[in-house]
Design a protein around this ligand. Structure first.
Ligand SMILES: NC(=O)c1ccc[n+]([C@@H]2O[C@H](COP(=O)([O-])OP(=O)(O)OC[C@H]3O[C@@H](n4cnc5c(N)ncnc54)[C@H](OP(=O)(O)O)[C@@H]3O)[C@@H](O)[C@H]2O)c1
Length: 234
């Protein structure tokens, strides 16, 4: 697709990977809206990138519906949804509390579904569109402490396959992107220390690949893409 003047909606676009995708798509001439919950960070990012900010929580159905109303009011159309908002809580199974488990699923799974549902309704009506789900290599194989986060990304991967099966006949490209470890705020939110190292992936690397799979001609698409650092050092 040609990104010039395309309309892109990126959840969790105020930080990290979502922010880098917003920057990259806007630099390619797309008209971009980003969502997030922290007003200050959202406004700062939107003004520095020149994109439209929508204060919205993906776990709240009313916020999701308002997001689509705002996007269509502002831009009149939508071409791309990037389902990026997400976070992790990492604990042993025996220590896992129900509230943390449900919170991870509310954002990473239910939120992604609510957002995709709104986009799909629009895309079916216009018979074209793009959904990019930012999953993780955590969605490919399990690991200790991964009960909530890993399972949420497995679920996102599963939903991606279901949506693709439903939407492909409407010319909607449903794509899954699995980054490995990326230097962002993710670790701070998850409460662990991430060592900065020039060998580790940066948000810009993920944005580069998202832009590439979107820019491919609409006759084809990349169902799934995993991105690893070549030789990451801690
Ligand atoms: N960093 C990594 O190593 C890595 C690796 C693989 C995959 N990922 C995935 O990449 C995505 C982005 O993560 P990141 O690393 O860029 O983390 P980040 O820097 O913490 O960014 C997360 C973004 O999501 C937003 N967000 C969180 N919950 C939200 C909600 N309920 N509704 C709306 N926005 C919400 C945050 O803003 P507010 O808090 O203001 O809402 C923020 O803009 C996530 O899905 C994550 O699982 C990350």
């Amino acid at each position: 697709m040609n990104l010039r003047n395309a309309v892109a909606l990126i959840t969790g676009g105020s930080s990290g990977i979502g922010r880098a995708i917003a920057q990259s798509l806007a630099a390619s001439g797309a008209r971009v809206a980003i969502t997030g919950r922290d007003d200050r960070r959202l406004a700062d990012t939107a003004s520095s990138l020149g994109v439209h900010a929508i204060h919205a929580d993906v776990t709240k159905e009313a916020d999701v519906e308002r997001t689509y109303r705002e996007v269509l009011q502002k831009f009149g159309d939508l071409d791309i949804l990037v389902n990026n908002a997400g976070f992790g809580v990492f604990k042993n199974l025996v220590d896992f509390d129900l509230a943390s488990f449900e919170a991870v699923f509310a954002t990473n799974v239910t939120g992604a579904m609510l957002m995709a549902r709104g986009a799909a309704r629009h895309f079916i009506a216009r018979q074209r569109g793009n959904i990019v789900n930012i999953s993780s290599t955590a969605g490919l194989t399990g690991a200790a402490n991964g009960t909530a986060y890993y399972a949420s990304k497995f679920a996102l991967r599963g939903m991606t396959e279901c949506w693709r099966a439903e939407l492909r006949k409407h010319n909607v490209r449903v794509m899954l992107v699995n980054p490995s470890e990326v230097l962002t705020n993710f670790s701070v939110v998850a409460g662990f220390e991430q060592k900065e190292n020039p060998t580790k992936l940066r948000a810009e690397d993920i944005a580069h690949m998202v832009k590439a799979i979107l820019e491919m001609d609409d006759r084809g698409f990349t169902p799934e893409l995993s991105i690893f650092a070549t030789n990451p050092k801690n």
